[in-house]
Design a protein around this ligand. Sequence first.
Ligand code: FMN
Length: 257
Amino acid sequence: MNDSVTKTLGVAFVICLVCSLVVSFAAVSLRDIQKENATNNQSIKILQAAKIYDESIDVKTQFSKLEMKYVDFNTGKILDTYEGFVIEEYDQLKSTRDPNLSTSISASDDIAIIKNRENVGKFFIVRNDDMTIDKLILPIRGYGLWGTLYGYMAIEEDFNTVAGLEFYDHKETPGLGAEVDNPRWKAMWPGKKIYKNDEVKLTVIKGKVQSDDANNDYKVDGLSGATLTSRGVTNMITYWFGDSGYSKLFKELNYES
Ligand SMILES: Cc1cc2nc3c(=O)[nH]c(=O)nc-3n(C[C@H](O)[C@H](O)[C@H](O)COP(=O)(O)O)c2cc1C
């Protein structure tokens, strides 16, 4: 009897089983591909921040040309090794969840609202043919309106001029805060200056930068309707280029060269 309840349930069960096997197989077999895509996406952002990404060349090949180093944020010292980590795999965001590898930031110092700062970060060096430094690519992050924006700021060999800015993850609103990804806004960054008299001066202003403004090298147009995201970007620059971020590293590099 083909229309018995047992047979109906049996067919439904077999279909469910087959479907669940297909879904599980797809999830497991795609996991590695998804992970690789995420890594590639981040590598592209790192290369794009420094304006050296070439679509026609394999990402891994381009990325492998970058030099990776650790920086001890407390001293500014450059490290070749750290706690037995493999530098390619070192995830500094993971370190922020380990009290032994990070430092809790007091509310008054936490202008970028990141709560914990890793003791040791990872950065990238682009070298010229004669091995002198061409650019540095530095991870930065900070709170916008809806969540933390994660990105990279690339700077020139003077450790003062911006080469580019890219975000690889954020929760800002499309058309408002998410305009941080708009190529026209990103194009405003190269050439801007970070420090004036040893202080971080670069800010995202409200409105448009006037061409006759004597300080226009230190100002970037605000994102319209997104003052809070714009302020978040200013705050993360102030934090990461300040004393708790990369400023000690730059002193160290200037001393070495
Ligand atoms: C649904 C919604 C989404 C918003 N998303 C953002 C955002 O991503 N970034 C931001 O700074 N402001 C966002 N705002 C606006 C802020 O609430 C706030 O009004 C704005 O930052 C003030 O900036 P303004 O002075 O440029 O208008 C959003 C507002 C609404 C209603």
